[in-house]
Ligand binder design. Sequence first.
Ligand code: F6P
Length: 486
Amino acid sequence: MNLVVVSNRVARGKANEPMTGGLAAALLPVVEKSGAIWVGSSGRVRDGLHKEPFAEIESLGAGALALLDLPAAHYGGYYEGFANSALWPALHSRSDLIRVSADDYRSYREVNAFMARALLRFNKPDTAFWVQDYHFLALGAELRELGVTGPIGFFLHTPWPERGVVESVPRHRELIEAMLAYDLVGFQTEQDREHFLSYVRAELELAVQDDVVLSQHGRTRFSVFPIGIDAEKFAQNAAKAVTHPDVSRLRRSLNGERLAIGVDRLDYSKGLLNRITAFDRLWTEHPQFLRSVSLLQIATPSRGSIEAYGNLQNEVAKRVSDVNGRHGEVDWTPIRYLNKGFGQGVLAGLYRTAQVGVVTPLHDGMNLVAKEYVAAQNPADPGVLVLSKFAGAANELDTALLVNPHDIDGMARTIVTALSMPLPERRMRYEAMMEKLSGHSIQQWFADFVGALQDSQSSKVVAEPLLADSRSLWTLRASHGRARYH
Ligand code: F6P
């Protein structure tokens, strides 16, 4: 099989380059090894006059990386507009932040159609396409329109919210009907899949049988594939990183003081304001932790031209400065606040230096920082993970200290518990989490999805209609493996 992976953001195979977002960092090592072609945005735009849309095609491990300049006229409406000012807020249950126009939707669809046309160059008889994330919900349907009949899969890295929230997205029905052109749709958690299927049943009035939906596009399977990391490799990197200059400097600067660490994109889904308020509460209610525990918060700026993000950047900076102003001393800063990204190697060393990892999003598809923090720990003296129960990772990392990020007092109390936890309990929790991480590696995730995508086509035969009501009777026949109705 000739695999083509598609995502908006891609990563280059350069060691220790800072990377924004979990998707690109997670995919890089597995895509490199698989020999797949990885297609994504170059981050640049150009007008529509050029015949050849690819800016660069370079080798990436055993495969290739193909970077596409997206159309200038539609990029803003697609990326800042529909993808990140309608879909992202809704997917993270923040319908109140939806700000889009009909033009933004048009641009989103134009970019999806543009990507589909560009992908035809890689379409061979044995090609399978694997589309990543909410930027390309309609890409499968566009590929089918262009006559692609091979397997097309989709994986959503974010949560999928309840039906009422989905209905707050303009043109939601069209988009979700378009998603039924995929052969396989993967989610991070069982709850995400359930939310999606309940929309399909109620809004599209389609029946779901054994997690399969038959629609005018044919048959789509909905499955759960929680994304993982290469925990062993991350652990090795963390052990090596102690000699990295940034890590050594951090260690020296601590002077025996203990450290909590948070690493996030600067996004309203990450619960940064609540987290900082919880640390404020900790130092106010438990003054014994003044000067003895500090927080290193790395917050990489993201999507800054969108109003909600600009506002958040200001609010977080203000709250940090307020807390530092009240609790700081001439020789002690409670919160070290950094607005820049770090390479994976350095991050591993920073995680290992911290006795507490705080991963407290309000909503998160998986949150690989939680997994990386655990994997980076020294097995003989591991730190403690404080994890939001609203991160997908909480399903697997259930021996972390789970918190409700809306409960500030509860979070402050849990940080105290983490700081006071005896070594045997820390080790017991760490070992249980490492066992889960080793059992669900990123390699396994990749192989499971690709295997299921292959099966989704080979199992395609004449199928009975599965409409919830019997208003129309469809006859389905296999056409190059893809069931179609006529
Ligand atoms: O769904 C998660 C994700 O793809 C992450 O990789 C990243 O956090 C985000 O969405 C995309 O961010 P950006 O807009 O910076 O590419």
